[in-house]
Structures are given as C-alpha cells and as structure tokens.
Design a protein around this ligand. Structure first.
Ligand SMILES: [Ca+2]
Ligand SMILES: [Ca+2]
Length: 549
C-alpha cells in the first residue's frame, strides 16, 4: 500500500508541477511528455529502485536531481539488469539546465535544455542545442583548452592544445562558442595543463608529454535515454548506444584475492573520465588520469582487468566494469570508423585490445569481439614453426614443435621500416642489427602484458575472442621460462648490452619497483599469476637443445 500511495503522491506532485509550469508559461513541452511516468517514486523521500538518492523533492540543483540521481561528481554508477530494466525518463523528467559542469569544464547553453546522464555519468542534451560559452574558454591566441566537435578517426591530429608535440596540433580542428549541437554530435572539450604538464599515470615521477589535463564530452541525442545507456563513442559517425543491463557480469570470475590487491577506487579514478585515444603516441591524452604510454596503458588494463576477476560483489565491480566497457566502446568506435589501430611501436601500441574485447564479451556484441584493428600485442608476438634452419640460434626457451618469438620493435613488418626493427630472436645476437627490439621486449612490453593476458585467460571466452594464441604463448614463455644466464651472457658478449634482474623474464613488476614507477601493489599481477596461472598445466619449460653457438 505505501508504494501505491507514494506513486499517487508522485503523480499528484508531477501534475501539480506541470500545471504550475503550464500556467506560468515556462514549460510547454510538458504538454506532450507524461511527467514522472517512468520515474514514479522519485520525490517520495525514500531511495527506491533505480534511484541514487531521494531528497523528497523534484528540484534540481540541490544535490539530488529530478531523476533522483546524485548531481555533479557524486553521480553513482548503478547495476541495472535485463530482467528488471531501468526506465527511460520522459523528456519532462530530465532537468532543464542552462549550465553543465563536469570535471572542471563548464558548458553554458544558449537556451535551457533537457539534460540527462549516461550510465557512466557523462552528460547529454536532447535535441538541438547551442553552446554559448565554455569555461575554461578555448583561447584563440595561444591555443589552450581546445574543444573538438566529434573526433575524426585516424587523422592523428588534435586541436586540444597548441603545445602538443611532433606537429600533431591542428588549430583548424578547434571549435569556439557559439557551437551548434545536433543529435549525433559529440562536443569533446579539454582543459589544458598549466605551465608544467601533469605527472604520468602509473609513472608518477615522470612528466607526461601531453599538455592536456582533462577531457569532458557532451553528447547530443534525439531522445531521452534509458538510465543504463552507455555514451556513444566520441568518434565521428558513431552513434550506437549500448545498455549496461546487457552486461554479462556472470562471466566475471569471483576468485579469492591474493595478498596485495589494489583498491577498486584507485582504478575507477583513472578510468572514470573519458580516455580519448585517437592520436598515436598519446601526445594529446588527458594526462591527469590517462596513461601516457602504451606500457602504462597495458599495466593499467592488467591491474583493472584482474580486479574484475576477484570476488568483489557485482555492485562493487560495477563502476570499474562500466568505465572499462565505455573505454572499449570508444576504442571500437574509432576502429569501426576507420582508425587503423594501435600498432606495434616499442610499447606504444599496448593495452587497447583488452578493453575492446571486454566490451564485446560483456555486451555479447560480435562486431566488437571481432574488432579489426592493429594491436601492439598481436603484432609483436609471432609463432615460429620449428624445425629451425641449420645453424639458427637456439635459445633455452625453444620448445618443439611450435614456439613464439617477440616480433621486434615494430612487429612482423618492422624490417621494412628500419633495419633491426622486425623479428630478431631467431638470429644469434651477433647477427642482430640493433638491440632496440630486445631492449623494448624487456623494458616496455612483455612486463605489461602479463596481467591482461592472465585476465583474458580467466574471463571465459576472452582468450578465444582474442584470436591470437601466440600472444598467450609468448606471455607464458616470458613468465614461466626464466632467462638462462648463458643466453644473457651471449647477448652481452655480442652486443655489449646486459640486462639486469629488473629486465628479466619471469616477472611483471620489477620495472615498477623503483625509478619513479608505480609503487603500490606492484606485485599484484605476479601474485595473481602465481595463484591462477601456475596452477594450470603449462608447457614444459625445461631447457633443451641449448646453445648451438
Ligand atoms: Ca524515491
Ligand atoms: Ca532535489
């Protein structure tokens, strides 16, 4: 009975509000929008299903919105289920706003607009709108705080900030108020760093190359969205909207934690804001929260991906799951619109395939699962069919009949770019044209892949969807086959380069253990590997056929 009573009260209040607005002539749209039909219990003072808060009123701007969602940065990611789907707000239920502020960026609307939020908290406006002001204001003189209307895939240029290096800044990509928005438009607005660029995420004593601090995205849609709608990708032309009710959360394992488990909140913090990832080399990434290098990107995916395999409750996992899925949707949106991907180039191309496949699996979307794009992990892990030619260098990790080699600095086709930038591990070190590949194999790729490969093994279906078994074989080889000292000595004798224990096989974290890298919980991935990979049967790692020269 109380529920019915509340609903009646809610309907009464809504009609009263409608009537008052109608009488005062403020809001004619309410004539066609059944107020409160979908959100019947908001305003009854009780936090009901689908509500983040309920302050007993339908006012906006007091911390709890007319949709009973927490306002501003307090917005809460909720678990929505397909068998009990969330409502789609009526147009008149959405807050009518003239200003939207997110992550330090404020958009002012020329006229009041109906404003909703996607499941991750990002904002949308319904229908045509005009942005009359942005703060901080995009500057015309020195090129700070740039906004772009939609991101054109694969042009490798950015309009965010004139200090973006390597000729990747293009002022013609910038837009300035007044900016008209029509459904399908995504206004990607940035806030520039001050005189000093922010420190790197997961590499705190280095400064990011990107002068961009943070990015917020305002999307225009043609109608109010259900409460569980993901933001459509920021890539120009992408309009697909997925729903979090369809997330296959039951696929995620519920493993017992290991000793050093990072807090979910840390990785939610990195991933909550939009990861804009179109320009290769990360020259324009929002550096306050996004990794500035593929290695750190893959490390971050490793930590976050493995966190999702642990025995947190669905409610605890949901924010991180939603943020990671949104990143995967955004990356897929770029690839689907012609972005060629994140190719092998040292460690720069790592860390993108995992979030795309996670999104595909979680949303059971075949198009995403079969994404076509370059990924560093796949270009840098190459299967080798033995038997090796006579006289070929043989390392202790060779296991007949099939093994894998590192693909080199630019992967399988690297030799065509620069001598020594392709596969080299099948050659004796004395025949290596460069140690560049080996340097980056040890410093900047293998170590960061361990966690994402393990997470992909642990999430049912992901290893299959990855569709590149060489990656998994390679990571097994890296982790389960310690460097043979004789190999290291041979490399040193031939090239003059020695690799100390921070750069050796069998671990994922020693590079993190000093020199300004990520310190807390650095052994998490290795502990997870020990608990959940070493227990599985692995190929024999016993040295055989050692040293032919
Ligand atoms: Ca309520
Ligand atoms: Ca309120």
């Amino acid at each position: 009975m109380p529920i019915i009573g509340h609903q009646l009260l809610r309907v009464f209040r809504s009609k009263l509000v409608s009537l008052l607005l109608l009488l005062t002539g403020i809001e004619s749209v309410l004539l066609i929008a059944p107020v409160g039909a979908a959100m019947g219990t908001c305003g009854n003072g009780v936090v009901d299903k689908f509500e983040q808060c309920d302050d007993g009123n339908l006012n906006n701007g007091d911390g709890c919105s007319s949709l009973c969602q927490k306002e501003g940065e307090n917005f809460q990611v909720m678990v929505y289920a397909a068998n009990d789907p969330p409502p789609t707000p009526a147009l008149g239920d959405l807050p009518l706003l003239t200003q939207i502020t997110q992550h330090g960026i404020t958009w002012t609307l020329a006229t009041p607009q109906r404003v909703g939020r996607f499941v991750n908290g990002d904002y949308y406006v319904v229908g045509q709108a005009a942005i009359s002001d942005i703060q901080p204001l995009p500057t015309t003189t020195n090129g700070r705080h740039g906004s772009m209307l939609n991101i054109k895939p694969n042009i490798q240029l950015s309009g965010f900030d004139s200090r973006i290096t390597n000729s990747r800044y293009d002022p013609t990509l910038r837009v300035y108020p007044p900016i008209p928005l029509a459904p399908g438009n995504k206004l990607v607005s940035s806030r520039s760093a001050g005189t000093a660029n922010p420190p790197c995420v997961m590499r705190p004593y280095d400064t990011s190359e990107s002068p961009v601090a943070s990015v917020s995205i305002l999307t225009s849609v043609d109608a109010p969205q259900p409460l569980d709608a993901f933001r459509p990708p920021y890539a120009q032309g992408s309009t697909q909207i997925y729903w979090s009710r369809n997330l296959n959360r039951q696929l995620l394992p519920k493993l017992s934690p290991v000793q050093n488990v990072p807090p979910l909140s840390e990785f939610e913090g990195y991933l909550r804001r939009a990861w804009v990832d179109s320009v290769f080399f990360s020259f324009d990434v929002p550096a306050e929260y996004m990794a500035s290098y593929g290695r750190e990107n893959a490390y971050l995916m490793s930590f976050a991906g493995l966190l999702l395999t642990l025995s947190f409750s669905p409610e605890q996992k949901e924010p991180l799951l939603v943020y990671l899925t949104q990143y995967g949707i955004d990356l897929y949106g770029l690839a689907a619109q012609g972005h060629t991907g994140w190719h092998a180039h040292g460690g720069h191309g790592s860390g993108r395939k995992f979030p795309v496949l996670l999104a595909g699996l979680m949303l059971n979307e075949d198009r995403i699962k079969s994404v076509q794009a370059d990924f560093g992990e796949d270009m840098q892990t190459i299967g080798v069919t033995e038997t090796l030619p006579a006289g070929t260098y043989t390392k202790s990790w060779h296991i007949n009949p099939v093994t894998v080699v590192y693909g080199g600095h630019m992967g399988i086709n690297g030799e065509s770019v620069n001598p020594g930038w392709g596969p080299y591990e099948h050659l004796a070190p004395s025949a290596w044209k460069s140690t560049l590949g080996e340097d980056y194999r040890r410093c900047c790729t293998s170590v960061s892949w361990v966690g994402e490969a393990l997470a992909a093994r642990l999430i049912p279906g992901m290893q299959q969807a990855w569709n590149h078994p060489q990656f998994f074989s390679y990571v097994d080889r890296w982790m389960n086959t310690p460097d043979d000292p004789r190999d290291l000595q041979t490399i040193q004798n031939a090239t003059g380069t020695s690799y100390d224990s921070d750069f050796q096989q069998g671990q994922s974290w020693k590079i993190l253990s000093g020199g300004g890298y990520y310190e807390p919980h650095r052994t998490f991935v290795d502990e997870m590997w020990g608990a959940y990979r070493n227990h599985s049967p692995v190929p024999p790692s016993a040295p055989r056929n050692l040293r032919v020269r």
